[in-house]
Design a protein around this ligand. Structure first.
Ligand code: URA
Ligand code: SF4
Length: 193
């Protein structure tokens, strides 16, 4: 896919009828993104769940509602951030996307990154971090550690769904979101990061 020639229309057109992997078979909606296309922070999750598949919007289920609350706690607003996923179609029973599915879908994510040009990317959970941050990521050890990747900085943290099962991760999650917000402020002020 010729990423560099991508514009938003082409991206949406390609995505709306995409048959590039088996996840097309059971989807209701392709879930592209939520948030402004010129956002300075981008959050990347794993893939749509049931409610996301029904509504065509990422992070609107239980994990998404918790995410909205914790974004506010960290001083960020949901309407200011761009949210998307590694795979745009729901994996059956919410299983992890298979590597071939992620690889088939990644050109779309690369196009989203190229078009939004975020300054900071936060990877929500292991799957997002595997494809965007470090192939061998261990979230519990590496969460919160900033890496520069080309034009942007990446921070991995827990997936909000993990917080529904393990409440004790919540403080670290909010801490990482605060780190992302402060990092963005330093970048915008031209300070050392
Ligand atoms: N989990 C994800 O990873 N993405 C969503 O959009 C919803 C839940
Ligand atoms: Fe296409 Fe991605 Fe959906 Fe697979 S998950 S069918 S690559 S949009």
């Amino acid at each position: 896919m010729p990423i560099l020639r991508f514009d938003w229309n082409t991206l949406y057109n390609e995505l709306s009828g995409c048959l590039k992997c088996r996840l097309c078979e059971q989807r209701t909606n392709v879930v592209v993104s939520d948030g402004p296309p010129n956002a300075e922070i981008m959050f990347i999750g794993e893939g749509p769940g049931r409610e996301e598949d029904e509504q065509g919007v990422p992070f609107v289920g239980a994990a998404g509602r918790l995410f909205n609350i914790l974004l506010e706690e960290a001083g960020l607003k949901r309407e200011d951030v761009y949210i998307c996923n590694i795979v745009k179609c729901r994996p059956p029973q919410n299983r992890d996307p298979f590597p071939d599915e992620a690889e088939a879908c990644l050109p779309y994510l690369r196009a989203q990154i190229a078009l939004v040009r975020p300054k900071v990317i936060v990877c929500l959970g292991r799957i997002a971090a595997k494809y965007v941050y470090d192939n061998d990521i261990q979230i519990s050890k590496q969460r919160g550690q900033v890496k520069k990747k080309g034009l942007f900085y990446v921070i991995p943290t827990y997936h909000p769904a993990a917080l529904l099962r393990r409440q004790e991760y919540t403080n670290d999650f909010v801490y990482d979101l605060c780190s992302a917000r402060k990092l963005l402020e330093r970048i915008k002020n031209g300070e050392e990061v």
